[in-house]
Design a protein around this ligand. Sequence first.
Ligand code: HEM
Ligand SMILES: *[C@@H]1O[C@H](CO)[C@@H](O)[C@H](O)[C@H]1NC(C)=O
Ligand SMILES: *[C@@H]1O[C@H](CO)[C@@H](O)[C@H](O)[C@H]1NC(C)=O
Ligand SMILES: *[C@@H]1O[C@H](CO)[C@@H](O)[C@H](O)[C@H]1NC(C)=O
Length: 399
Amino acid sequence: MMKPYLLLAFVSFSYAFPTSSWDQLSHRLMETRMKRDIHGRQDPVAVVTGLTQIPDADHPFMAPGPTDQRGPCPGLNVLANHGYLPRSGIVTQADIVSGVSEGFNMAPDLAGFLSLVSIAYDGDLVTGKFSIGGPDSRTSLLGALQNILGVEGGLDYHAGIEGDASATRDDAYFGDDHTMIPELYAQMKSIAANYGGLYTLEAMKDLQQLRHQQSVQTNPTFYFVPLASALDIGAKAFITVFFTNGTYGDGGVPNEESISSFFGAQLLPNGSYQFVPERFPDNWYRRGTPFTLLDGIGQILDFYSTRDIPFGGNAGAVNTFEPLDIPALTNVNGMACFIRDAIQANVPSSVSQPIQVVEQVISSVVSVVDPLFENFGCPAFNASETQAYAAINELQNGS
Ligand code: HEM
Ligand SMILES: *[C@@H]1O[C@H](CO)[C@@H](O)[C@H](O)[C@H]1NC(C)=O
Ligand SMILES: *[C@@H]1O[C@H](CO)[C@@H](O)[C@H](O)[C@H]1NC(C)=O
Ligand SMILES: *[C@@H]1O[C@H](CO)[C@@H](O)[C@H](O)[C@H]1NC(C)=O
């Protein structure tokens, strides 16, 4: 563990340096921070099996206060509203790994991966913190909101891991990408109605396809490219696999009572919905088996290969969708390696640091991510794959 005063000295030192020294800074940062404190593989965390009622008495609901951050993820919002995560919404990887395990039985490898990319894309690599909502000076050691990738936007930040075609959130093009939209909740409910009112995986696949179509038809800047879009697909599966009362596929029921409470969708007498802070349903049971990174990638592949939801983007106008030129993704290893490579290939376009610094940072992140993916037997990263992304980015920029 690096001593706090050393870290402080190191950071203020960097402020006296011209931009050309970002190189050494980032190098040093990676060695000290990424390799030590932010893990690819998690230390063993108690694996929880068997149904457990959540929340327990130590985790009462409290509505968020004015300075508490909440954002696009109903799962993290509800955990913060019950104190399974810091109620401020300013979190570390360790907070996430233990909070999502306790509240939802998400396995440490999946939680470690999701929090790692959140810190790298939306948070602060020095403090290891990110905001589960908008930008917040509490994530940054010096309050400067200057992440090594350029900006600490929090999970709301669109160029990070927040993506288009979300279940209940608008595309960033329409202004607000993180607030639950009651009409979108009602639309999701109408799809569940086709499945006996249950939010099954099949219903969530239909929803993903509909949201994809709606974005193609209404959002000229629709951008559906991993990493964000793969996580966006995964998030639809999360609705079923985590919000179900009990274990989905093993007697658990993804009923309206549970799902509406997690989305903060309150039914009004006139039949429309309004948003209230997310809370655990009364008398609700957490899934009984951990849901792992492999499970998550398996779900993304299943959605992707059974519905018409290609990766790609609109070319600056509605209904101009160009699919990404990639090999068919037919097995879980292929999808896993594609997602791993996306972290490296799809460098956020908004970065303000010199490109070689960004590449260094990204490859350091990948070196932490790689051990998580080693069981998938991915080949070494092939830089020419970045061309697939470059083509879509050019289309979007109208060049
Ligand atoms: C482990 C760390 C997690 C991180 C960093 C994270 C982050 C995010 C982000 C950035 C989004 C927005 C995606 C988009 O724009 O499409 C999102 C959406 C979502 N997340 Fe999470 N999440 C995490 C864990 C969870 C957990 C444990 C659950 C469920 C218990 C969950 C459920 C969801 C759902 C249902 C959505 C979709 C919301 C919608 O589209 O309306 N997430 N998450
Ligand atoms: C339903 O009631 C709410 C609250 O009274 C109101 O804001 C909303 O406009 C109403 N919606 C419709 C469709 O009448
Ligand atoms: C969850 O399941 C339990 C056990 O079947 C049941 O008693 C309870 O009412 C359910 N709760 C919700 C919110 O559906
Ligand atoms: C990298 O990918 C390109 C395009 O798919 C291919 O032509 C090339 O042979 C690959 N290089 C390696 C080392 O696999």
